[in-house]
Structures are given as structure tokens and as C-alpha cells.
Design a protein around this ligand. Sequence first.
Ligand SMILES: [Zn+2]
Ligand SMILES: [Zn+2]
Length: 179
Amino acid sequence: MPLIDVEPMTADLPQISHPRQPPNREPMKVNRLFLTLAVALGASLAFTITAANKGDHKHLATPKGGRLLDKTKPHAEFVVEKDRTVTIHFYSEDLKPVAATTQRVTVQADAPSGRAKLDFEKKGDSLVSKAKLPEGNGYIVVVQFKQTADAKPMNLRFKLDLTTCGECKRAEYACICDH
Ligand SMILES: [Zn+2]
Ligand SMILES: [Zn+2]
């Protein structure tokens, strides 16, 4: 019987930070192994982040803490408000606020309670959802964005992770750390 039964290294990051400790199998040694792995992994990850961030336009820190919607011009920012409605703000290239014009947006939320569709209306300079995002966190949303009513729609799909990023302090769906 082997001294340590090391589990296959298919564990992802969260599991590494909370290693399961098999009972009666020298938990101290197992812990140390996991720690070494985590440190090595963290170091290589940090290196990748620095390399990937150079000149990357799409991780721009938008003014209202939301997510910059890729390839939108003027830049569109997707913001989840405290009441779970969604606001779309628009900005020039240098991130000065500009008014919404002909843009059309709908959001599809693949929530645990089922699929929901949010329609938007113009309010002031922005587009505001008429309904709230369904309960839950970490489900997939698809933003359908059209520059004009009859333009070709663009579908932007991402995970609606509302937890706060430890590094940039923005919500994870709007995180600019590229991890
Ligand atoms: Zn993050
Ligand atoms: Zn971040």
C-alpha cells in the first residue's frame, strides 16, 4: 500500500485552494504538495496575464464598472444595476459618454429558472432593460446587439458572474484582469 495516494492532477484552481484531505493518509504531506502546485501554477498564471494584457483593447476599464461589449462603435458598456436591470451606456473612443442613437439591444439569460429575454428602451442617453435579470449567478447571457434596426445582429455571449474580482475589484463579468 503506497504512503500517499496522490489524486490525478485534473483538479482545477478552486479545488487546489481547497484540497480534499483523504483521512488517515498523511494530510500534512498532501497539503504541502498542493501548496507547491498552487504556487507554481499561480506564478505561471501571473506571467501569462502580463504577457496577454499588452495592447489588448477589449479589456478596457469602462467608466461604470460594466463590461465593454466587443467590437461596438461607439463603445457599448453592459452594466448590471443593483436592482438587476441592465443599462447599456455608450462612449467615444476616448471613453467620453455619448448618447444612444439607433442601436438595438436584447439580452437572453439562460438562468436556472429558465430562459428569459430582456427588451430595452431608450432612457436619457442610455438603453435600459424593461425587465430584471432572473435570480442566480454564473449563468450564460447572450447580448444581441444591432447598430441599427435592420443591421446584422451581433451576438455577444458571456458568463454573468456577479462576484467581485479580488484583483481589479470589478464584478467578474466585467473583470479586466484577463484570467
Ligand atoms: Zn477577475
Ligand atoms: Zn479582475
